[in-house]
Write a protein that binds this ligand. Structure first.
Ligand code: GTR
Length: 401
């Protein structure tokens, strides 16, 4: 209750702030009030990814895995993302539909993944598999914003039960997000697509803590991004048992806030064989200390339910963070990691994302896996485009087979 009140107060403060001239809702166009000038980026010192908090130098994979990696996971959890539950004892699933989709080129399977024995909360996983596959196929797994039915226009995909969702939710049209999900292209290249909607696990709303897994675990400190990442791990639990998906070859990906959630999921859960960050920006792949584009203050006040409450204490105090986002990326090593940015997406700080990746490389080098990182910066905005997907598919052809 106290947590809900705190979040509500934070949100009211923010709604007022959002009216100010510094921010136009839904706009990623540079405006006053935020730094978009490289020469004005403050001086800062990044924490050294290979120095433990007691000053010990990390010199090899063993020390990284024994000392520094667990320490960083713990710090990110307590200071930024919050604590999520363990895998629930009552976790179970049921296939709810199966059949041909998209003119028969695709096999559609929908699986309800229940978080508890009593089936009070669940996510609905949509799995699209190439119809002509031979054996188990590698999978791209990502969270969608608005419902499984939005990723492609196929009448067989069930509409979500929106009664379970946040009060202000209105159902978008089938296929309305298809431009972000080129399912045919991905499947033709021999991969499956798996997705669920964030709203199943935690509402993307100030009242998030009234929803999804918060109802089952009211005492956990997780913000919604960690809750969504937890959902990715539960989807992974299922994928490892699916007869047609290769659970050992699952690439987790995400655009923007779902990229932030996927990064934390990939950092914690080493079953994810590859990670793709599309415009994850502030609180994702970008270095927080740069305060370029979106800042911690802005993200914590505009979306107070995304991170744990402790993270709010770092607003305007980026230098006091015991880590920065390059260390989140380093936690994914030695698994293949790809980071995308768009040149016009200054809000997400493309240069900060570049530096995030660069400064994670010392850990990839420990493993002799530096070449398992990939990056492109393409002209354009805050989007996930076919061009991006083609790069991800090339990267997966190289490292996920
Ligand atoms: C914005 C937010 C970004 C990014 C984006 C999105 O409003 O400031 O951090 O997460 O939303 O998810 O599309």
């Amino acid at each position: 209750m106290r947590r809900r009140l705190t979040l509500l107060l934070l949100f009211l403060a923010v709604s007022a702030a959002a009216q100010d001239r510094h921010f136009v809702k839904g706009s990623y166009v540079p405006e006053g009030g935020f730094c978009y000038d490289e020469s004005k980026v403050p001086e800062y010192t990044l924490p050294d990814v290979l120095t433990a908090s007691d000053g010990r130098k990390i010199k090899n994979v063993r020390q990284w895995e024994k000392i520094r990696r667990p320490e960083l996971l713990q710090l990110f959890e307590s200071e930024m993302y919050g604590r999520v539950p363990e895998k629930p004892a009552g976790l179970h699933w049921r296939t709810v539909s199966e059949g041909p989709a998209l003119d028969g080129a695709v096999l559609r399977r929908e699986v309800d993944i229940f978080f508890d024995e009593a089936e009070t909360e669940h996510l609905r996983l949509l799995l699209l598999l190439p119809a002509g596959r031979k054996g188990r196929v590698p999978v791209f797994l990502g969270i969608n914003f608005f419902g499984n039915h939005t990723i492609c226009d196929d009448p067989g995909i069930s509409l979500p039960d929106t009664l379970r969702w946040r009060p202000d939710y209105s159902l978008p049209a089938r296929g309305s997000q298809a431009h972000r999900w080129p399912v045919n292209v991905i499947l033709q290249r021999g991969y499956a697509v798996a997705t669920f909607c964030c709203e199943d696990v935690a509402w993307d709303h100030p009242y998030a803590v009234d929803s999804g897994i918060y109802r089952l675990y009211p005492d956990e400190t997780m913000g919604a991004l960690a809750a969504w990442g937890w959902g990715l791990s539960r989807a992974m639990d299922y994928l490892q048992t699916d007869p047609d998906a290769d659970g050992a070859l699952v690439a987790v990906f995400g655009h923007s806030r779902m990229g932030k959630a996927a990064l934390w999921a990939a950092a914690r859960d080493r079953r994810f064989a590859m990670m793709i960050s599309n415009a994850s920006g502030c609180g994702g792949a970008a270095i927080s200390r740069r305060r370029f584009g979106e800042t911690l203050r802005r993200i914590n006040t505009h979306f107070p339910w995304w991170y744990c409450l402790k993270f709010h204490t770092y607003n305007d105090k980026e230098d006091e963070l015991p880590f920065d986002q390059h260390e989140l990326l380093a936690l994914i090593a030695p698994r293949p990691l790809y980071v995308e940015s768009g040149t016009e997406d200054l809000w997400s700080d493309p240069r900060g994302e570049e530096l995030g990746l660069q400064n994670a490389l010392p850990v990839y080098r420990l493993y002799g896996a530096e070449e398992r990182t990939g990056r492109h910066v393409r002209p354009g905005k805050h989007e996930i485009l076919l061009y991006d997907w083609e790069r991800y598919l090339d990267f997966a052809d190289r490292w996920l087979r």
